[in-house]
Write a protein that binds this ligand. Structure first.
Ligand code: SF4
Ligand code: SF4
Length: 140
């Protein structure tokens, strides 16, 4: 199986514990599948880095005319996040990874600079880690 995913879905979905009930059952199913796949060590499971709207976006009610239309960040903004994440992870559009392989890349590089200014920090395991790091720095 190969999941086609944009960079911030590869990086963020496994850490996010925010729920989006308004995005529907199919969105939830794909989101859960991404979380499961990213924890898998099955060598037959692959993740392909894609640009723009991906498998998860296609089930999202905020995706219209093949573009993200979220008020939290539309397609142009989201593409900037994806580009930053790809740069910091050292991955490129079109690359294909085994789940364990991309997990290793994430573990080596996280948290990324986007995590320190992300509005979902409180609803994300990685975001909460960055908050702890910042509070330690402030305590010094
Ligand atoms: S369409 Fe936008 S809000 Fe919906 S999953 Fe894609 S990037 Fe996220
Ligand atoms: S803090 Fe934000 S950018 Fe970092 S992993 Fe969580 S959702 Fe993604």
């Amino acid at each position: 199986m190969t999941l086609n995913l944009r960079a911030h879905h590869i990086f963020c979905v496994p850490f996010l514990d925010a729920v989006f009930p308004d995005r529907g059952e199919e969105f939830y199913k794909i989101e859960q599948m991404i979380k499961k796949v990213m924890l898998s060590d099955d060598e037959r499971t692959h993740i392909k880095v894609t640009e723009g709207v991906d498998q998860l976006c296609k089930e999202c009610p905020l995706c219209k005319n093949n573009r993200c239309q979220s008020t939290d960040g539309d397609e142009a903004v989201v593409r900037k996040w994806d580009a930053l994440i790809m740069e910091e992870l050292g991955i490129k559009t079109g690359e294909i990874f085994e789940a364990g392989e991309i997990r290793g890349v994430i573990n080596q590089n996280a948290p990324l600079s986007v995590c320190f200014r992300c509005k979902w920090r409180k609803d994300c395991q990685m975001g909460r880690k960055t908050d702890k790091k910042m509070s330690k720095v402030q305590d010094i």
